[in-house]
Design a protein around this ligand. Structure first.
Ligand SMILES: *[C@@H]1O[C@H](CO)[C@@H](O)[C@H](O)[C@H]1NC(C)=O
Ligand SMILES: *[C@@H]1O[C@H](CO)[C@@H](O)[C@H](O)[C@H]1NC(C)=O
Length: 361
């Protein structure tokens, strides 16, 4: 009795160690494809390259006005001319035809907030301009935008879902449920998924889309937003661990995209937000340091069992103080936009990195 009990305990512990050990991603593996590529693609600097931008937005008929900075009157063009140069290797140049050929018959979906929209728009423009003769169809189904390259049978989709977890209308108000993720039902069977979330977690007042926060049986008026973010990301991580078959689906998470609302971070305290910035910060290091939300995201991804590839764009985007629409977005001078990115622009680089990782794996 005692003997079999201790055997069971040993077996149980071994099993626990195996489950934990086999799936555990250390810091390098969480950035998996970067390491497989032979160098960390996300460490490097911006270099001037006259062959950029990768496209003219005038050739991209479906571009959303809010990202089309040149058309909105932005006078400077240097910000279009920078290429990301990893320190340890060279990035493959984006090849739209190759991208579509590799993905033939498959679907790729961005799920997240308007930073996901920004990257989705960039990718659809990059692909359309690479293959301008390839017939396409752009449709909308509820919160999902579906861009189909008909001859390749490739769908490039964007599903707006800023918090990933659920908000449910109840008698007590709009309840943000940190441990519930109903939308997951619509993510099954897609071959490439790219998630993002952060910017909506910090909204308060009228912009906050919920009234109460619920975890388990507890309901809160409010809580530390980084804590809420971490609980929600863990819910998402559990969903991926239970539901994703890594032999069929590649899962990416877009690193936290930085705002440039605070010029003190880059040593220009008298500047007006990001307005008037025309050049990136050159060099490897952003003086403002890392983003707390990015550290939370990395922590959650490291503890996952299934491989999720962090598209680690935070630092390289932090260096692009010049990349935002600022007064040449939707809001004009009334509401300068230092969160989203002009297109052509920084999200094109995110997609070059996405492409590099798909090609190499
Ligand atoms: C990257 O490209 C440059 C210019 O073509 C070349 O000089 C350099 O050796 C390449 N570096 C690597 C690591 O391949
Ligand atoms: C939550 O409440 C339900 C119903 O009252 C109960 O059955 C359940 O055990 C509670 N869960 C926890 C974690 O307390």
């Amino acid at each position: 009795m005692e003997w079999s009990f201790s055997i069971s305990v040993v077996l149980f512990l071994t099993l626990l160690i195996q489950i934990h050990g086999s799936g555990y991603l250390d810091h390098k593996q969480a950035r998996g494809f970067a390491e497989n590529y032979g160098c960390n693609l996300f460490q490097g600097s911006w270099v001037y390259d006259d062959s950029y931008p990768l496209y003219e937005t005038s050739q991209c008929p479906f571009i959303e006005r809010e990202f089309d900075c040149q058309n909105n009157g932005r006078p400077d063009k240097f910000y279009l001319k920078y290429r990301w140069q990893p320190a340890g290797c060279n990035l493959t140049r984006f090849n739209g035809e190759d991208f579509l050929t590799r993905l033939r018959g498959k679907s790729i979906m961005f799920v997240g907030d308007s930073l996901g929209l920004n990257q989705w728009q960039s990718l659809t423009c990059m692909l359309h301009i690479a293959m301008p003769q390839a017939p396409y169809n752009l449709a909308r189904n509820g919160d999902v935008s579906i861009f189909t390259f008909l001859t390749y049978d490739v769908k490039v989709m964007f599903s707006r879902n800023a918090l990933l977890v659920d908000i449910v209308g109840e008698s007590i108000g709009r309840v943000l449920k940190l441990d519930s993720i109903q939308a997951g039902q619509t993510w099954k069977g897609i071959e490439v998924m790219i998630f993002d979330s952060w910017h909506w977690w910090i909204h308060t007042g009228r912009k906050q889309p919920w009234d109460l926060i619920q975890v388990g049986n507890h309901t809160y008026r409010d809580m530390d937003r980084l804590v809420a973010y971490e609980i929600a990301l863990n819910t998402w991580a559990k969903w991926v661990d239970y539901n994703i078959d890594p032999t069929r689906t590649r899962v990416f998470f877009q690193g936290v995209s930085p705002d440039h609302q605070n010029p003190a971070q880059w040593g220009e305290p008298r500047a007006n937000l990001c307005e008037g910035q025309t050049r990136p910060i050159l060099g490897f290091r952003y003086p403002g340091g890392p983003l707390p939300a990015e550290l939370v995201l990395e922590k959650v991804l490291r503890a996952m069992q299934k491989p999720v590839y962090l598209l680690d764009i935070t630092t390289l985007s932090q260096l692009r103080i010049d990349g935002h629409p600022s007064v040449y977005g939707f809001g004009g001078h009334l509401d300068p936009d230092c969160s989203h990115w002009c297109l052509a622009g920084v999200p094109d680089t995110w997609n070059e990195l996405l492409y590099a990782s798909l090609v190499k794996n």
